[in-house]
Design a protein around this ligand. Structure first.
Ligand SMILES: NC(=O)c1ccc[n+]([C@@H]2O[C@H](COP(=O)([O-])OP(=O)(O)OC[C@H]3O[C@@H](n4cnc5c(N)ncnc54)[C@H](O)[C@@H]3O)[C@@H](O)[C@H]2O)c1
Length: 323
């Protein structure tokens, strides 16, 4: 089996590329290294920008793939609000360039819970209305629609995986999350606790939650990797196109994360309480029953502490990340 992984030098893409490689899959990565890291993936790499249509088509013309996993995108919600046109281009055009060439090839796509917008139910299932509240979520929804239309025309099946909050690092501490700038809570809290970053700001403790802080569903990066493998298997065995949420179904509050990180680092997380941040939903928790049922997928990291422990190990062993 030969699989193309776009964005395979990024955080989730590299974890998935390694996961596939360990299971005997031949993996080729495309990444322009705009956000990714060469050290995150030591296998075959085509360093090219998927926005460059000619270069992308030229490279693909010489290749055959059984499937594609498409991670490459820009991923900062705040930046997408400031630069919507850049996000529409970065997150939709590469998929157009790929699908123009890869007729009939199944695609597993990195979608997001950001396609739902503000939750209307305590947990979000796949049939929750999709009304994104920022350009990032809108671009992910647009890509899902493109894949739907391609499927309806018989041009190739797809699996859209809507992740909640990706977190954690490889169990051996050699690979982990390195974004610049970092905007995710767990790495920011760890860096603050280890004296590698500034004190953390908690955006509001007056929400209607047990401790007043926002609640999110943290899913381990290796659990995301195993879900991509399952989704790929589903498509390669002739399964229908579909969408699946990927989360644990368990919410953790910001305060819980701070306490867990402090305990595992052996030093409290320096933090201050700030006002609520505009556009933040109070609670985002997945209903991921469908992925369990259809794909036989089960997250291995169900407890927050087990997940955070892997991230702490990575930050201690690699204080500069991949730099
Ligand atoms: N991290 C999360 O919590 C989360 C949650 C939901 C969805 N997602 C989605 O998962 C995917 C991966 O996220 P991540 O956190 O690993 O991001 P990341 O920034 O670490 O990885 C993205 C990779 O894509 C590459 N890339 C971007 N544009 C490219 C282009 N035009 N050509 C070639 N390569 C390009 C970057 O260099 C980077 O290596 C993204 O599509 C993101 O939207 C992430």
């Amino acid at each position: 089996m030969k699989i193309l992984v776009t964005g395979g030098c990024g955080y989730i893409g590299s974890a998935t590329a390694r996961w596939l490689h360990r299971r005997g899959v031949e993996v080729s990565v495309i990444d322009d290294l705009s956000e990714g890291h060469r050290r995150a993936w030591d296998g075959a790499l085509a360093e090219l920008d998927l926005l460059d249509r000619d270069a992308c088509h030229r490279w693909l013309a010489d290749q055959h793939f059984d499937g594609v996993i498409h991670f490459a995108a820009r991923c900062y919600v705040g930046e997408s609000v400031q630069q919507p046109v850049r996000y529409w281009r970065a997150n939709v055009v590469p998929l157009i360039h790929l699908t123009e060439v890869l007729e009939g090839v199944p695609i597993v796509f990195s979608s997001s819970c950001a396609t739902y917008g503000f939750p209307r139910t305590p947990t979000l299932a796949e049939d929750h209305p999709q009304q994104p509240v920022n350009p990032y979520g809108a671009t992910k929804l647009a890509a899902e629609r493109l894949l739907n239309d391609r499927d309806a025309a018989g041009l190739g099946r797809f699996a859209a995986l809507r992740y909640f909050n990706a977190a954690g690092a490889s169990a051996d501490g050699r690979h982990g999350e390195h974004h610049d700038p970092e905007t995710h809570l767990i790495p920011l809290a760890i860096r603050a606790a280890l004296g590698q970053g500034s004190p953390l700001t908690v955006f509001g403790t007056d929400w209607d939650t047990p401790d007043g802080s926002c609640i999110r569903d943290y899913i381990h990066v290796d659990d995301l990797a195993s879900a991509h493998y399952r989704a790929l298997e589903h498509l390669l065995e002739g399964g229908e196109s579909d969408v699946w949420n990927l989360g644990t179904g368990r919410g953790s509050s910001v305060i819980e994360v701070i306490e867990t990180v402090g305990r595992l680092c052996g030093t409290p997380v320096p933090h201050e309480i700030g006002p609520r941040r505009e556009g933040d939903p109070q609670t985002l928790v997945a209903n991921a029953d469908k992925a369990r049922r259809d794909l036989g997928w089960e997250p291995a990291y169900r407890e927050l502490a087990a997940l955070v422990e892997t991230a702490v190990r990575w930050h201690k062993q690699q204080p500069a990340g991949y730099a």
